[in-house]
Design a protein around this ligand. Structure first.
Ligand code: SF4
Ligand code: SF4
Length: 432
């Protein structure tokens, strides 16, 4: 364990042995970290929702209470902290629900759509991150100009919303997941707007063309604190124009509302034996070679199964040709990591249609995690009693063997195979 949050920190640097000076055990510290990191993820969702005019006082109050529980000499009780982690999952579900509602109200009902990938000749702006209100404001700032706006990374799902898709200045998608941004941004000639994570510290090749919004910022970039994106449009007109380059056309837009509209067809197809399984493969992406597990796993899925994907984890499996099933692409892109709510709602609707629990569905969840929103979503799934989830490529470093064992015993939580070992890494290997 490591904790340095109070004055009593051992040797003035931190409590790093099995028990802190205050008596806090490594497992209590682990649960407090789980709560703290889950809260960080939840705060991101709450921030996005608040920007769309959505908030819930019970969620805000819970964030205060849960933070309070991680202070020095407040809570040393493992069952009580575990209960707070589960309540965090429920409150996160509520805030994801509000975010989903905010997107639908502001941007319209999503639909499957073909997206141009590449660039078109002329001045262009690249926009990345998750904040689609920033994208809308940018499109409005571009109105009346020939500046074209391209989505990057987690902004790709913006194309499924009619208010954004139908805007004349939205031209297509450029690039892929966050970890490739240094090379992709260097190659893009115009300004880049980073609206949220996952932004990396930029090299000099594009730092003078990089703009960030509000809480998101990196050294060398220009930070925009209000919603005035006119300086970005001005920069686009001064930068070198984009070349004409069509990389490919892809199909996205299988938001939960689209899948739920098709539910009667899907349910009947399962009953007729035409669909064997649903795989949720997605979440975050990253550069580690151990994440190739997700590519390999997607490759191995049966041809009569669907793959639901979301988050930037989709970028590694959307390169593969998964074919079609019943007139749908087998790989159904549900949206951003923020749309994990949609995947949960689809699972709940299927369980209702089959009169069974989510755990009895022909459904496998294989989650690629990277940052703290994934922790919040994992706690939501666990708080709903969902069992048998696989997470990877590496186990959370802040989870002790004892806490992980509780999650394994209670929820059959699994680890994907990693460079560190095979599925179900021995708990002793997780001791840190
Ligand atoms: S809260 Fe406890 S474990 Fe943390 S620094 Fe203070 S004494 Fe150490
Ligand atoms: S899915 Fe996760 S890793 Fe990917 S951009 Fe979103 S927050 Fe970052």
């Amino acid at each position: 364990m490591f904790c340095n949050q109070c004055e009593q920190a051992q040797s003035g640097t931190g409590c790093a042995s099995s028990v802190g000076v205050c008596g806090k055990s490594a497992d209590v510290q682990s649960l407090q970290d789980l709560i703290l990191y889950g809260l960080k993820g939840m705060a991101a969702y709450a921030h996005h929702a608040r920007r769309l005019g959505k908030s819930d006082e019970t969620v805000s109050a819970f964030i205060e209470e849960a933070l309070f529980s991680t202070m020095t000499n407040v809570n040393f009780d493992i069952p009580a902290l575990f209960d707070i982690a589960m309540e965090l999952g429920q409150k996160n579900l509520r805030i994801m629900e509000l975010l989903d509602a905010g997107h639908l109200e502001l941007f319209g009902k999503p639909a499957p759509v073909e997206v141009f990938e590449g660039t078109k000749a002329g001045p262009g702006i690249l926009v990345t991150g998750h904040d689609m209100l920033d994208l809308l404001n940018l499109l409005k700032a571009c109105e009346g100009t020939n500046v074209k706006v391209y989505t990057h990374g987690e902004m790709l799902p913006a194309h499924m919303y009619p208010v954004l898709r139908n805007h004349p200045n939205l031209a297509g998608q450029y690039g892929s997941a966050w970890q490739k941004q240094r090379s992709e941004f260097s190659d893009f000639p115009g300004p880049i707007v980073a609206t949220t994570n996952c932004i990396m510290i930029p090299p000099s090749t594009y730092s003078n063309r990089l703009f960030t919004t509000r809480v998101t910022h990196v050294p060398g970039a220009t930070r925009i604190l209000n919603d005035n994106l006119a300086p970005v449009v001005k920069a686009a007109l001064e930068c070198e124009p984009c070349p004409e380059k069509h990389v490919r056309t892809s199909t996205i837009g299988f938001h939960r509302t689209v899948l739920l509209d098709a539910a009667p067809t899907i349910v009947q197809a399962v009953k007729d034996g035409k669909i064997s399984h649903f795989h949720v493969i997605g979440g975050c992406d990253g550069h580690e070679s151990s994440r190739n597990f997700f590519n390999d796993f997607a490759e191995m899925t049966p041809k009569d199964s669907f793959i639901l994907t979301l988050g930037c984890g989709k970028y590694r499996i959307r390169e593969q040709d998964h074919g079609t099933l019943l007139g749908f692409p087998r790989l159904l892109d549900m949206g951003q990591c923020n749309d994990a709510y949609g995947a949960i709602m689809v699972a709940v609707a299927l369980a209702k249609a089959f009169n069974c629990s989510v755990n009895e569905l022909p459904l496998t969840l294989t989650i690629s995690w990277f940052e703290q929103k994934a922790i919040a979503v994992l706690l939501t799934l666990l708080s709903l009693g969902v069992k048998g989830i696989s997470v990877g490529p590496n186990p959370p470093a802040f989870i002790t063997p004892n806490v992980f064992k509780v999650l394994q015993d209670k929820f059959d939580l699994k680890l994907t195979p990693t460079e560190r070992g095979a599925r179900g890494v021995p708990l002793t290997a997780l001791n840190r």
